[in-house]
Design a protein around this ligand. Sequence first.
Ligand code: DUC
Ligand code: ZN
Ligand code: ZN
Ligand code: ZN
Length: 483
Amino acid sequence: MTTIIKNGTVVTADLTYKADVRVENGVITEIGQALRGGTELDATGCYVMPGGIDPHTHLEMPFMGTYSADDFESGTRAALSGGTTMVVDFILPGQGQDLMDAAKVWSNKSTRATCDYSYHMAVTWWGEKVWQGIEDSAKAGITSFKHFMAYKGALMVNDDELFNSFRRVGDVGGLAMVHAENGDVVAELTAKLLKEGNTGPEAHAYSRPPQVEGEATNRAIMIADMAGVPLYVVHVSCEDAHEAIRRARQQGKRVWGEPLIQHLTLDESEYFHPDWDHAARRVMSPPFRNKQHQDSLWAGLMSGSLSVVATDHCSFTTEQKRFGRGDFSKIPNGTGGLEDRMPMLWTHGVNTGRLTPNEFVAVTSTNIAKILNCYPKKGAVLVGADADLVVWDPEKTKTITAASQQSKIDYNVFEGHTVKGLPRFTLTRGHVAIHDGEVRTQEGHGKFVPREPRPAVNRALTQWKDLTAPRPVERTGIPATGV
Ligand code: DUC
Ligand code: ZN
Ligand code: ZN
Ligand code: ZN
């Protein structure tokens, strides 16, 4: 089966040039001029780019007494519809559960995926079994490990657990990841707010101020430095966290930050909307912030101190959000965005002049493919790479509305936003899943993408290097003990 993408402009993270692209049996086999022979897709006026990679999704995840509403079928259909051709979902082992047993549960769920996927493993508790599970996970191609510093009493790990797990992850050549919020402070603030009668969705934001994120981000960076492991900080929402990441990078530490499209384009005023449902639908952690924080995130993307734009896609229906009526702490945390990440970032990033099309490719696809060690199979337009491609029409517009979305939920946090820049075609390993607005996804087409470990590069740069082989100092004149 041969497909030729004709008359487009190839845009990668570093090059822009006119060329046709030949796709055979799911991979790119030729890039050149006036290619012939096969089914042709007309890319006139369009950019041919690596499909997006969303490294942060929660599909069909058990969480806060319910399950996130989008599963691997609807979630990946939404992804492809918006030009994203790979998702990385989080395996969430229960307390005491073997990591690889949890991996089996995820692997059953993801048989329905319509595009390729990989996993991060969450470390939600600590013990002998987890120590072994980290190695087993890495051997199975799951080489990134997420730690929750929040959700006390559920997913949260303490600093001793964080340090032990980080060291183990470093030893297997893995990547440590954190949800960085100070869970102890969040729990105290939540209890205080509820006691004082602050029960509405706006109090969710008050319970998680930027300081809890800035503190935890800095702590995670320092612990990763002492453990000798590279660190990826998910959903960076504020200047306080960004500042810690910027400083670490400037010191030569291997630290990456991931802002979400929601935090880049929506702000805290959403929580003060008079309609309870409107506000509750936007409850997520970390919460939306004010304009100053948004400006900081955009500056980070523009300067390169922040590397990846994701979604944390974790969708709940209005009915599920209503579990928290009368108590904001029971509103399931999470918002959707899989279908809208690429068009929203193009509209607010490229069309405004903040990002070049090449930078757009970098932050939506290539950077994360490199960080997660699946480049150039993914994130590239190169001969031999998977034909995960998006033919992007920069002139195409639409107004986002829940009525026409792929996600299963009954609303969209970007409702009413007009975007300019949308896929004309989306290809997943050669299969044309989105064809000029028509959805032709195939349930079960998606395959697991295993990833190789790599050496813990952080070691070479940190001060910890000097302390790796501590030895006692020979001393004379030791004072006598006692009086
Ligand atoms: N934050 C959310 O809003 N939802 C899922 C998990 C998380 O950390
Ligand atoms: Zn999180
Ligand atoms: Zn998440
Ligand atoms: Zn908008």
